[in-house]
Design a protein around this ligand. Structure first.
Ligand code: MG
Length: 257
């Protein structure tokens, strides 16, 4: 199994970055791993910590309509260049926590996505340079109030509610380019979304380069790479699970706010 990089909180509320062991112990690092954090002697046992989202970004830059079949289901063409937007860091929640359905919306959708974690300060770089700036990979759910997205004409409110960015549960450094992304609802065995990440229109290196020509990406920042075909509605009481081969599963429940 690939090394799993986690961020956890102990019972005193202290936050650590660490390595998740097969035993589910966490070996604590002295800094975030992308800032050259090194293993310490501190080891946390499974019942002594809670898993947090695996990084704490200054911003989340997301990409819309980056799979052709999803653009088609939204009734649009694939954009000729990446369509980017920002989700606030306050939208992030960990795996196994609750998405809060806001009273302002009647239509909240899941969007399973591959998330990139940036390891270096990244400004104005080429796709070739961007490759080395991607420190690792995790899973995201770009939860969206679809009715508000349509009504507002821009996406800040629809994409920005607290709890609208489940992220995690951990980061891995390597990913098979053909890895499959799947989203499941409740107990259904059949996925509602299923695509290989190499079906993206603009691949990760291109996206990071493109974004870096607009804004500086900081270590620990997150890029969401878009969702494939099959977006659909969440209801209060649902469980939604996004899986990516080689990473793991991100699972959250939906509750009323
Ligand atoms: Mg999305």
């Amino acid at each position: 199994m690939a090394q799993r990089y986690v961020r956890v909180q102990n019972q005193e509320g202290i936050i650590y970055y660490g390595l998740l062991q097969i035993s589910l112990d966490v070996q604590v690092l002295d800094a975030p791993p992308w800032l050259q954090g090194q293993p310490t002697d501190l080891n946390l046992e499974p019942d002594s910590y809670q898993i947090l989202a695996p990084c704490s970004p200054s911003k989340i830059v997301a990409v819309g309509k980056n799979y052709a079949d999803h653009a088609a289901e939204m009734g649009t063409d694939v954009p000729s260049e990446p369509l980017i937007f920002i989700k606030p860091p306050t939208s992030i929640i960990a795996s196994e926590t609750e998405i809060k359905y806001p009273p302002q919306s009647q239509r909240v959708d899941y969007e399973g996505e591959l998330a990139l974690v940036i390891g270096d300060r990244t400004s104005d770089c080429t796709p070739e340079e961007a490759h080395s700036k991607i420190w690792g990979y995790t899973i995201a759910n770009d939860v969206t109030a679809r009715d508000l997205q349509k009504r507002d004409g821009q996406w800040t409110r629809a994409k920005g509610f607290d709890t609208f960015c489940p992220l995690g549960p951990w980061i891995v450094r390597e990913l098979n380019p053909g890895a499959r992304l799947q989203t499941f609802l409740n107990e259904d065995a059949l996925p509602v979304q299923s695509a290989c990440i190499d079906q993206m229109v603009f691949p990760p290196d291109f996206l990071v380069s493109y974004i870096s020509q607009v804004m500086t990406l900081q270590p620990g920042d997150v890029v969401l790479t878009g969702t494939p075909f099959g977006v659909g509605q969440l209801h209060v009481g649902d469980r939604v699970r996004v899986e990516i081969e080689g990473i793991g599963r991100l699972e959250n429940t939906v509750t009323k706010r």
